[in-house]
Design a protein around this ligand. Structure first.
Ligand SMILES: Cc1cc2nc3c(=O)[nH]c(=O)nc-3n(C[C@H](O)[C@H](O)[C@H](O)COP(=O)(O)OP(=O)(O)OC[C@H]3O[C@@H](n4cnc5c(N)ncnc54)[C@H](O)[C@@H]3O)c2cc1C
Length: 351
């Protein structure tokens, strides 16, 4: 196979770039390792509603995601925050009170962020995209790059956009080997939220709202350390979600984790919480297309992202980084994925 631009990674960044190149009538190919599109964006369906197992929020002051949503259609709604908050101390004692709702002012998307991925996919011709196609190796050629898939298929391109986390990109094989400062730089860039896991408990009734709770909870006991309402904008089923604070190597026993999650939901929200109609658990740290061994410790403070000098202009500018972690202003966020796609597009058009 041959193309002008090969985009590796069908998360938001890769899809946004592919949609733009498609609209411009340019020659490209988009390849994705997983058998689904969206990367860290993943919305699970349950009884007609969608629940985000990866990102859920976007915020005012993020112009690219706002413009994309305005163009593609799904509407946004406010994160639910009205009501009392809960705090669980290190002994599992729960207190209820008023306070600052940390996610007040955040927006969510109707139908989940997966709806945005479906809309973007609709803008990319089916013969220009391949999923379930992990790229294993890249080799520099006289005119560009040859990529080899896990199945041994070769795709030659003038430019390759690495629309994936730099640490994941570091696991490909490169011929010739990349300069050592580039390899060190890739390993140093933490993949935002890669060490995290999320649990979403789905219920027929929003019993916490009915008793004056917002669904917000902080816990020093766990396994969830921070919970919020995850219900759709209107109607049910309703949901609570939490970030799991137990380290990745201690949450591999999913039966034990499920039991601990059920127990915590009851401690926090009462007996009505004991029997969710579904309990989704998504452990991103266990997914090799998002997290590497370096990501097994969650990053708590937001890193300083951007494109390091060591990763620019590689292979005579044929190798271009284009995932959220290289975005200069909004790195790590959905907005950063779009910013990185824009930055990669500029590289394609100015080279
Ligand atoms: C639990 C969680 C919560 C989050 N919450 C928020 C939030 O509320 N708001 C927010 O703005 N951001 C949030 N984020 C971050 C947000 O998800 C990312 O910024 C964004 O999705 C990154 O998009 P991307 O396209 O750059 O990378 P990715 O989505 O990681 O896409 C990279 C793609 O490359 C593919 N790939 C990997 N290796 C290969 C290979 N060898 N060959 C081919 N393809 C490959 C992967 O499968 C993946 O599809 C959250 C992330 C997580 C995990």
């Amino acid at each position: 196979m041959q193309t002008r631009t090969l985009i590796i990674g069908g998360g938001l960044a890769g899809l946004a770039l592919a949609a733009r190149l498609s609209a411009e009538g340019q020659d490209f190919m988009l390849v994705e390792a997983r058998d689904r599109w969206g990367g860290r964006i993943l919305s699970a369906q349950c009884d007609g509603a969608a629940f985000d197992l990866g990102p859920a929020w976007f915020w005012p002051g993020q112009p690219r995601i706002a413009a994309l949503i305005a163009r593609l259609g799904p509407s946004r709604f406010d994160q639910f925050y009205q009501g009392d908050l809960l705090y669980e101390d290190e002994r599992g004692q729960v207190q209820r009170g008023r306070g600052f709702a940390s996610m007040q002012g955040s927006w969510r998307l109707q139908g989940g962020l997966g709806a945005l991925i479906d809309k973007l996919l609709g803008e990319i011709p089916a013969d220009k995209r391949l999923c379930a196609t992990p790229i294993k190796a890249l080799a520099k050629t006289r005119d560009g790059v040859t990529a080899r898939t896990a199945a041994g298929v070769e795709i030659t391109a003038q430019k390759v956009i690495l629309a994936l986390p730099p640490r994941v990109a570091a696991q490909l094989s490169y011929t010739p080997a990349l300069p050592s400062d580039a390899v060190i730089s890739m390993a140093r860039i933490p993949t935002w939220m890669a060490g995290q896991a999320k649990a979403v408990a789905v219920y027929d009734r929003p019993f916490w709202r009915e008793s004056g709770l917002s669904g917000d909870a902080m816990s020093r006991f766990g396994p969830m350390v921070e919970c919020h309402d995850a219900s759709p904008s209107q109607g049910g089923p309703y949901a609570l979600f939490g970030f799991i604070g137990v380290p990745p190597d201690m949450r591999r026993d999913t039966d034990a984790l499920r039991a601990a999650l059920h127990a915590q939901l009851v401690r926090l929200f009462g007996r009505n919480a004991q029997d969710p109609k579904h309990l989704f658990i998504q452990d991103w740290a266990a997914d090799p297309f998002t997290a590497t061994s370096l990501d097994q410790r969650p990053v708590h403070a937001h890193p300083d992202y951007g494109l390091p000098r060591a990763l620019s202009g590689l292979w005579e500018k044929a190798l271009v980084f284009g995932g959220t972690e290289v975005a200069p202003s909004f790195g790590g966020y959905l907005e950063g994925a779009l910013e990185a796609a824009e930055q990669a597009h500029t590289t394609l058009t100015t080279a």
